[in-house]
Design a protein around this ligand. Structure first.
Ligand SMILES: [Ca+2]
Length: 435
């Protein structure tokens, strides 16, 4: 068993630096907080409340789709297996026949068409990609108007180890993209091989959001205040760009209401900040709220919410890790930090502990309408899937789903009917269905 575990871990590696980084305990443990009194999972009120009533929802049209009543038990349905380590699963708007999954190290987008895995990839970018550890093909998002414009976007580490964001178009054959259509939007240099982020999703405002890690190593050791708290760098940030227009000298446009759009020094792409490694994020189809899983260092994993309409939120890293103080420098005392909604204690005494949170989705699907408002998530190191309910201001634990067991969970996806899927580091694709 141990051998298998080690083999699996080396396939994908940890996003958390729990194993890779040795920090002196004295420098990271906040003496003001009694850690022994913190539960494994702590739910917190958030000082930014949802602005749900102002948003236009994009809920699925459930007409004619069978549904079950009540909060029934759930199970995993195996959809496909045999892939390389998977990093993302996405669905093209208006296309219910295809599931697209990303192979991290093979750097291929694979298609599951009407339940069958197609032998030929949708796109192969292995020639462009550096792999191993936390590198590789990391994320994908279809343009909301993909059915008309055929555009989609990838987040990967290029041959220099830098993060690269590219646009491609689908080809004449629906199961194959056109590799000649590549257009590079953005390149972000990475000082270390880890913490490359990888989240890439369109918001309800039509803009593309990117989750970029803090640059890596451990403890965000860069400069005087670290990268995540430094507004002069794109590292440790959520970025927001307009892919449908171009500003002078850019392959995209800066939305005019980005918080630093008019700032002379700070990168204008910055939308939220104070993040360590925002590996997965999702938008609530009803409210437009952005949910961000931020992978922690040695103490805690966290799930944050950026309500629809909010911007310029500072989620705290490296001043704080979860709700715990991490490196309290002079900069932190001035900062207006937003605590996470969910704080997951890394309970190192009881392995397998939380090591890399895999933020999922607020469920808005057709099949189980009584689960609307339930947020699902997991962790790379734990087999369980968890859920909680969120009322717009506070969260409460729904339950651990004991019948659902998943090894090396790496990502979540949501199909056009709002149903949820999971992929993992051993190359499996599952759907969450009623038992
Ligand atoms: Ca935080």
């Amino acid at each position: 068993m141990l051998g298998k575990k080690i083999r699996v871990i080396t396939l994908f590696l940890f996003f958390s630096s729990s194993l890779a980084v040795s920090q002196k305990k004295s420098s990271i443990v906040d003496t003001k907080v009694d850690h022994s009194k913190l539960d494994l999972i702590t739910f917190l009120p958030n000082k930014v409340s949802s602005l749900s009533s102002t948003t236009a929802d994009i809920l699925p049209n459930c007409k004619g789709i069978p549904s079950v009543k009540g909060k029934q038990d759930l199970k995993l349905q195996l959809i496909a297996k045999g892939f390389d380590s998977l990093t993302d699963i996405v669905f093209a708007p208006e296309d219910n026949d295809r599931i697209f999954v990303l192979e991290q190290n093979r750097a291929q987008i694979r298609v599951i068409y009407k339940g069958a895995v197609l032998p030929k990839p949708f796109l192969d970018i292995s020639r462009l990609t550096s792999t191993g550890g936390e590198r590789g093909l990391l994320g994908m998002a279809f343009h909301p108007a993909y059915a008309k414009n055929k555009k989609f976007y990838l987040y990967f580490t290029n041959n220099k180890g830098s993060v690269e964001i590219v646009e491609y178009k689908g080809g004449a054959i629906p199961n194959e993209a056109d590799p000649k259509t590549k257009r590079t939007l953005l390149i972000i240099d990475q000082p270390a091989s880890n913490h490359n982020g990888g989240a890439i999703r369109f918001g309800h405002d039509g803009y593309l959001y990117l989750g970029v890690g803090d640059g890596g190593f451990g403890g965000d050791p860069f400069g005087k205040i670290g990268n995540a708290q430094n507004l002069n760098t794109l590292l440790g940030k959520i970025l927001r760009i307009d892919v449908d227009n171009q500003d002078s000298g850019l392959e995209y446009a800066i939305p005019k209401d980005n918080p630093y759009a008019a700032h002379s020094d700070y990168p204008k792409e910055i939308f939220h900040w104070g993040l360590r490694n925002p590996w997965r994020m999702s938008f609530d189809r009803k409210t437009g709220d952005l949910w961000i899983g931020d992978v922690g260092q040695n103490l805690a994993e966290e799930i944050n919410i950026a309500p629809f309409g909010s911007k310029n939120l500072n989620f705290g890293w490296r001043c704080k890790e979860g709700i715990l103080h991490f490196k309290d420098d002079a900069n932190c005392a001035k900062a207006d930090l937003v605590d996470p909604v969910v704080h997951l204690k890394q309970d190192h005494k009881n392995p397998p502990f939380f090591c890399s949170v895999m933020a999922g989705h607020m469920y808005r699907g057709c099949a189980m309408p009584d689960l609307h408002g339930t947020f699902f998530f997991g962790d790379y190191c734990r087999k369980q899937i968890y859920s909680f309910n969120w009322n717009g201001k506070t969260g409460s634990q729904s339950k651990t789903l004991p019948n659902i067991s998943m090894s090396n969970l790496t990502s979540w996806g949501e199909d056009n009917d709002g149903e949820l899927y999971l992929v993992n580091g051993v190359g499996e694709v599952y759907k969450i269905v009623p038992e």
